[in-house]
Design a protein around this ligand. Structure first.
Ligand code: HEM
Ligand code: HEM
Length: 204
């Protein structure tokens, strides 16, 4: 009974596997830009304005502006590389349609949320000096409607981005462990990156 269920699950998992050549490797600029954006985004998420209390500490707010500016440059370079260089998703074209659609929208949403976080962060820093803020309020904490909108939407975008990044990392493991299509290796390196996977021995 248990052995039968195990065999059934193994067969279902094998059915998910990609057949055909693995994903083409990203060139070094794509990998470098992805690799640099990971620590910077994690830093921005951990040392966020809520954690540092930067609404009341100009030095912390200035540091966030530097991180946001740097992230903006990285994001622009990455989008330019995707548009005019050899970047972009390496998802093999023969995968299921839902996988391609989900990946496309998740990547667009990550770029869009990052751009929004940077823009709203700059708006917060610009609007902050003229406003009075109630440190105890959760929402609509200031007497400026524009600042309230910037603050609350910034927080919502930050939380959404964290959820999407969790999905993104789960998707990377989906490609590594279940689909085995070389998408993980195309961005992160490892065995078989950019090369053809050795064929399994012929079945007799
Ligand atoms: C452009 C520079 C940025 C500035 C000046 C800035 C400023 C702030 C401020 C003042 C807060 C506190 C809001 C509050 O207490 O209600 C905050 C919260 C936050 N920021 Fe930023 N930020 C910037 C960029 C970013 C970026 C790039 C990210 C993510 C990649 C980010 C993620 C967050 C998160 C997750 C929160 C906490 C939201 C919550 O309370 O749940 N910020 N930011
Ligand atoms: C935390 C910050 C991260 C951000 C902002 C991020 C963002 C992105 C974006 C937007 C793409 C789309 C491809 C492109 O436009 O170049 C991508 C691709 C990729 N990422 Fe991440 N990523 C992050 C972390 C990670 C981590 C931790 C992993 C691995 C566990 C990972 C694995 C991958 C892989 C394998 C691809 C290639 C997907 C494809 O070719 O379709 N990423 N990343």
């Amino acid at each position: 009974m248990v052995a039968g269920a195990r065999r059934h699950i193994r067969r279902r998992l094998q059915g998910l596997r990609h057949r055909g050549p693995p994903a083409r490797a990203q060139a070094w600029p794509g990998r470098l830009l992805h690799g640099l954006s990971v620590p910077l985004v994690v830093y921005a998420l951990i040392r966020n304005g809520d954690a540092t209390g930067s609404l009341f500490k100009p030095a912390e707010l200035r540091e966030e502006l530097w991180v946001g500016g740097l992230l903006g440059l990285l994001l622009s370079a990455r989008l330019a590389w995707n548009r005019w260089g050899d970047g972009g998703s390496r998802l093999p074209g023969d995968g299921p349609a839902w996988e391609r659609r989900l990946a496309r929208w998740a990547h667009r949403a990550i770029y869009g949320l990052l751009a929004y976080l940077i823009a709203s962060g700059f708006a917060i820093a610009w609007l902050r000096p003229g406003a009075r803020i109630d440190p105890a309020a959760l929402f609509f904490a200031s007497d400026s409607l524009a600042l309230n909108i910037a603050l609350d939407s910034h927080a919502a975008a930050g939380n959404l981005l964290m959820g999407l990044l969790a999905l993104h990392i789960a998707a990377a493991f989906w490609h590594l462990l279940l689909r085995r299509d070389g998408v993980w290796q195309s961005m992160l390196g490892g065995p078989f990156s950019g090369r053809r996977r050795p064929r399994p021995p012929a079945q007799t």
